[in-house]
Write a protein that binds this ligand. Sequence first.
Ligand SMILES: [Ca+2]
Ligand SMILES: [Ca+2]
Ligand SMILES: [Ca+2]
Length: 191
Amino acid sequence: MKKYIVRLSAEERETLTKLLTSGRGPARMFTRARILSKADQSDKGPGWDDEINVSNPEPWFNDGIELFFDGDNSKNDLSEYPDKWPFAYDSNDDQLRFIFDQNPTSTYSHIDVSAFDVSYLQNKKGYNIEASLPFDALLFTPTSGHVFGFEIAVMDNDLGVRQNCLRWWSNEDGEITWKDPSLFGTAILFD
Ligand SMILES: [Ca+2]
Ligand SMILES: [Ca+2]
Ligand SMILES: [Ca+2]
């Protein structure tokens, strides 16, 4: 698997910050600039964590990541289920949470996390999570060209409270991805 690590110079970071605060330009450009800015792993960038903290009683406020799957990419919209929000997540949708140094959990119990192989490594820039998720546990058949809904969120807790939550796809400020699959991005499997 190819990995791309983003490290911006001071000058590049300044240019991006100016771009993001100027409010001028096409929306697509802002989305790309925001993603680049969030991914920055240089020493002054946000892509590292200075304090690993899992002390909040609400797991989603702790340091960790969340993966979201919508097996058939149906992208059910919460607004279609105004009185029954849990059912916007259908039987091939789930939210998986990996809190630092803890066993993964499934919010909707659709994906069986017991088969996952997960390890955490603390390092000087925060932590790494490595996870192997067998296709058998996911809620779709892994054929080439299969399209599914996908999102990943990185949660940061410092001093016991949430500092921020970065997402791969959604810019939703209300943080309702956990109940609204229509906010996921789209992924395609290639051979
Ligand atoms: Ca932090
Ligand atoms: Ca679905
Ligand atoms: Ca933290």
